[in-house]
Design a protein around this ligand. Structure first.
Ligand SMILES: [Zn+2]
Length: 284
């Protein structure tokens, strides 16, 4: 289990990354188009085992002084190695009823599962849940097509059933957005499609400082070092690669700190352009 939380400032805004847990994925799911020998070599050079990738789940608590915002909610009961977000919030002094805004970068179970409590009710009873309208329509519509995902059928079925169940529970509190939107002062949701149709990134800005939360626009630092390596969970890999490039160029140009939900905890760092990709340096 990684460490639980890490607190830092973005200008006058308090931010805390909170570990919900982790999950281990076959490396072939996360890097389906990488040459197997190149992938093994890259993982070993990062002192990682070649066959499976231990992937942290990291949520972001934002306290602006007027608003308490949670970006992504972890997997809740959907995985036995996650679901720690409520305990982490409690340790940070936050009760579920204190959270007034939840931003869901997308509706995959590792991001939305913790939005539901063990009784099947919204876990944050007073919150509005901000989600892309495209994401809502994709998962709740009649024809959710996951055929392009390069993961086993059982994983696709899980994604679909968990998204539908979670969004059904949350339907009265969902606030759909259809463009870049300032959710609360200093916190903007930015369309970042490809991983899912309505995937969002989140930009926190205060007093000249910025943090860009990538969500799942990249799920491992190797996706930045090797910008042609796709993620098997990306619904539209070409769009996902273009989005990732746009976000990286924005981060490099703005000297912006980054956060990524699945990067090694505490999941914050910076990038610098290197060769055809970007080198991840962890830390604030
Ligand atoms: Zn994810």
């Amino acid at each position: 289990m990684p460490e639980g939380s890490h607190r830092f400032q973005v200008g006058s805004i308090n931010c805390t990354v909170l570990s919900d847990g982790y999950y281990s994925y076959p490396s072939s799911w996360l890097f389906p188009n990488a040459d197997p020998a190149d992938l093994s070599g890259a993982l070993v050079s990062h002192h990682l085992p070649p066959d499976d990738v231990l992937s942290p789940y990291t949520c972001l608590l934002i306290e602006t002084g007027r608003h308490i915002v949670l970006v992504d909610t972890g997997a809740g009961e959907y995985s036995s190695t996650s679901g720690a977000i409520q305990a982490r919030l409690e340790m940070a002094g936050i009760r579920p009823k204190d959270v007034d805004t939840v931003i869901l970068t997308h509706a995959h179970p590792d991001h939305i599962g913790g939005a539901i409590d063990l009784c099947g009710r919204p876990a944050f009873p007073n919150a509005r849940y901000v989600l892309s309208e495209l994401e809502w329509e994709f998962w709740t519509g009649a024809r959710t097509d996951l055929s392009h995902l390069r993961v086993p059928d059982a994983a696709k079925e899980s994604l679909q059933s968990m998204a539908r169940r979670s969004l059904g529970v949350l339907r009265h509190q969902i606030e759909p957005i259809d463009r870049e939107t300032e959710v609360v002062p200093g916190v903007a949701a930015i369309p970042a499609p490809g991983h899912t149709p309505g995937h969002l990134a989140v930009l926190i800005a205060s007093e000249g400082h910025q943090l860009l939360n990538l969500g799942d626009a990249a799920v491992h630092p190797l996706h930045l070092e090797h910008p042609s390596w796709e993620n098997g969970f990306d619904l539209d890999p070409g769009c996902a690669l273009a989005t990732r490039r746009q976000l990286m160029e924005r981060a490099v140009a703005g000297n912006t700190h980054l956060m990524a939900f699945h990067f090694p905890f505490p999941s914050i760092g910076r990038v610098a352009a290197k060769n055809s990709g970007w080198l991840w340096t962890p830390g604030w």
